[in-house]
Design a protein around this ligand. Structure first.
Ligand code: IPE
Ligand code: IPE
Ligand code: MG
Length: 246
């Protein structure tokens, strides 16, 4: 039986986030340069976006470049940025045809001008699409995001726009980069690493975590289906007892 048929469409995660890891190791295994891994990683992005939209997942967030990734060799950073511009150019039609809205989170001002410009063009031209929101985390760091939130709220407190005793979780949510997104239900990380690497720390508070040894360029639709099937087998108790849920 097709794996996809084992997925309960009425119990899909509303928000899937993915730490796309393992491009470098994939290339190394093939005796190729890291850039080759990144290029092939874009194919896995396409597979995942397509599979998610076909299933009816409403929100997909992909970790594409972290604040820490700026510390990689200059040439690798340049390659990643170039790849980003070319992928955006290439995929805009697919996003339109599939009614997918592109969004981005992170310290976007630190991106090279060309990337920033292309990114905003695609965001702008897909803003009325409503089948799925695809969010790219670019120059993203969760601690930096939380820090900005604290600063913005502090300024509003100082200006008497917000009173300190009115600060609650929803106010914090409104100030995070992820504003309009629901909490993450399923977090996937490829390549066998079992860490979060400064990704969506606040938003994954109750996410189900799924780690796979597959290296990102090898990630195919069936791997996404496997992750969702595993997610659907878990009991999300949110602090309650199992009996309370049934
Ligand atoms: C993920 O693959 C892509 C980015 C972090 C940009 P890596 O480049 O981290 O691949 P490994 O972890 O070295 O194999
Ligand atoms: C996390 O991968 C960031 C992205 C996938 C963009 P890294 O490969 O940078 O993570 P660490 O440094 O090994 O934790
Ligand atoms: Mg890595």
């Amino acid at each position: 039986m097709d794996l996809k048929e084992n997925i309960h469409i009425d119990k899909l995660p509303k928000h899937i986030a993915i730490i796309m890891d393992g491009n470098g190791r994939w290339a190394k295994q093939k005796g190729m340069l890291r850039a080759f891994g990144h290029e092939n990683g874009t194919k896995a992005v396409r597979e995942t976006v397509e599979a998610s939209a076909e299933l009816g997942v409403e929100n997909l967030t992909l970790y594409a470049f972290s604040t820490e990734n700026w510390n990689r060799p200059k040439l690798e950073v340049q390659t990643l940025m170039k790849l980003l511009v070319s992928s955006l150019k290439k995929e805009i039609k697919t996003l339109q045809d599939n009614n997918i809205k592109l969004s981005a989170i992170g310290n976007l001002n630190t991106l090279p001008k060309k990337v920033y410009k292309e990114l905003h063009e695609v965001i702008n031209s897909t803003k009325s699409n409503n089948r799925m929101t695809l969010t790219l985390a670019l120059s993203y760091g969760s601690r930096e995001e939380i820090l900005n939130t604290v600063k913005e709220i502090s300024i509003k407190v100082k200006k008497n726009i917000i009173s300190p005793d009115k600060i609650d979780e929803s106010i914090i949510n409104e100030h995070l980069y992820t504003q309009n997104l629901p909490d993450v239900d399923l977090l996937i990380r490829t390549s066998g690493e079992q860490r979060i690497s400064n990704f969506l720390l606040w938003q994954i508070a109750y996410a189900e975590l799924y780690f796979t040894n597959i290296l990102w360029p090898d990630f195919k639709k069936k791997h996404l289906y496997e992750a969702i099937i595993e997610y659907q087998k878990r009991e999300r108790r949110f602090g309650k007892t199992s009996e309370q849920l049934s």
